[in-house]
Design a protein around this ligand. Sequence first.
Ligand code: MN
Length: 450
Amino acid sequence: MADLRGWLSTLESHQLLFRVAREVDPRFELAAVLKRLDGSRAGLFERVRGHAAPVLGNALSSRQMVALAVGAKTPADVLQRLGHAVATPIAPVVVGRDDSPVRQTVEPTIDLGRLPLPTHHELDSGPYISAGIVIAKNSETGQRNVSIQRFQLSGPDRLGIYMAPRHLWELYREAEARDRALDIAIAIGVHPALSLASQVPVPFGVDELGIAGALLEQPVRLVRGETVDLEVPADAEIVIEGRILPGVREDEGPFGEFPRTYGPRTKTPVVQVTAVLHRRDFIFQTTLPASREHLLLGGIPREAALLDALRKVSPRVRAVNLTFGGSCRFHAVVALDKQVEGEPKNVLLAALASHSDVKQAIAVDSDVDIFDTDAVEWAVATRFQADRDLLVVPGAWGSRLDPSARGGVSTKVAIDATMPLGAAPMDFARIRIPGEESVNLDDYTGEGRH
Ligand code: MN
């Protein structure tokens, strides 16, 4: 099944699910256990203090899990799968209310405090929804947008929302300019293909649910909303419907974010919640901020877009990695088979310009494993000279969430760590021991072998 439960059984059959039977506190303890599991396994918390519903976290905690979620054979095939899904979307279908698990329960009164919202980090302002897939549309054209936003619990029927200046923000600004609220639906507990598709940087008007359908090889099932003029995922665990109010700003944050620093408290828009629908025995889902899941959800779709952009500059670009150290946003490593001198610098300039978040780009030859940070550093150590291989671009547009940028204005740097084409073969030859790969240490020890 293309829903969260189907994904849970896939995880379980691959020994990628850690079931937590002991009761956990949704304040810090749940996040602390997720942090320990980060990068290896999902965590399903069966008993959360004060709540009946279980909580899932780390749903996509490694590149291997992402590959599994989108039907790719290897992590390297994931970018190709994403590119293919963007090119050949499968439109969602609308199904009846009786055929929609998420409508099994429509809460008669709204009290978000009944949902097991975790508090993740020490200085967070309180409990948050961090794994909500937000659906909205342009009321005139009907064009849908899907994104992930963070929501602060501000009251029983009130959420603070922090929006990056992208498509949802534009929809809200258009509505607000006419003094209208913007209807939204927040789907929690969905197949991870939906989460990943929501992060693909496509232009406004491209339906991210169509990309999700292509990844799942079946249309995403939607149902008419209860109180909003939107279709919502019929197979979600929970859907919260509401309206982002015009002209209202309230305190939101601080909140621990992807750079592993806090986004500060600011005045942000507010969601008035109008309905809560859920499965009878729903599972709540959370994303631990700055976890592998959070970083990969942002990073992998960006890598796909980056690879595409760089191949327009040079078809000899082989692979890209937005590194974990750079929070899968800030630092790009590119492998290419250079054919002319200067080619890596063109590729690096394109990498810096491809997304505002990218502030450091390193080019290496394709013999270097770009997912091995030691190997990349070795290439910089042995194939890079700062006086001729470094580019510094001051005063560019970067990320507001980078604490070293000034209001988002950032200096970008490019490092060309490729070998010169005319070098003598011995100058850069890697040392190698013939026969090393086939050594089996057991053959060289033990009694009675000689
Ligand atoms: Mn969009």
